[in-house]
Write a new protein. Sequence first.
Length: 222
Amino acid sequence: MLVRIGLDHEPWLTRALRTAGAHDLDASRHVDLLQTETPRLRESGTHVHGFGNTHYWLDPENARAITADMAAALAQLAPDARETFESNRRRFLGRLDERMAGWQRRMGPYKGTRVVVVHDSWPYFARRFGLVVVAAVETTPGVPPTPATLAALPQQMKHAGVRLLIAEPSSSESVVRQIASQSGARRVTLVPSVGADPAATDYLTLFDVNIARLTETLAGAN
């Protein structure tokens, strides 16, 4: 079984699945997707969130729906192991609940913080933890900002009271440095997926890392 998590960001999978004859599971089936009301056309080489924002795993509560579908699909393929799959899921969700309480507690003082993101990866995360995403540097996901955007955005951030610029490991350092220095906002690099940073070794540590970086940066901004 192959678990599909990227919506339109995995166009190569259809042919691969057909060739391999593999079962696939769309992990977004029971997730409340964001940005589905904004149709976009796919352009060659770009990642444009054409069927909704693809980064739904960045709300840890969505792990409930994702793992429920995974456990059910695995049980269909291996019925004798159904209880093992369910037991493993319950154990995982128990650990998630414990960590979630801590993440929410640490983020509590910063609810309502206005942020700008480089790539539009963070609407699910922001909704869960109370951040307000004012704008994205990449006005089209995956497409570098225009000179006009780079010139206008810092002043717009000042007017909007933006305190934080959220970058990712793949973000252009020169763009991040320019916007942060001209806007006066603090910058932080968050990790969008497991393995994108050596410290994010699994799903739960992904949020440990991001919450720690956010709270440390915001504490320093006070």
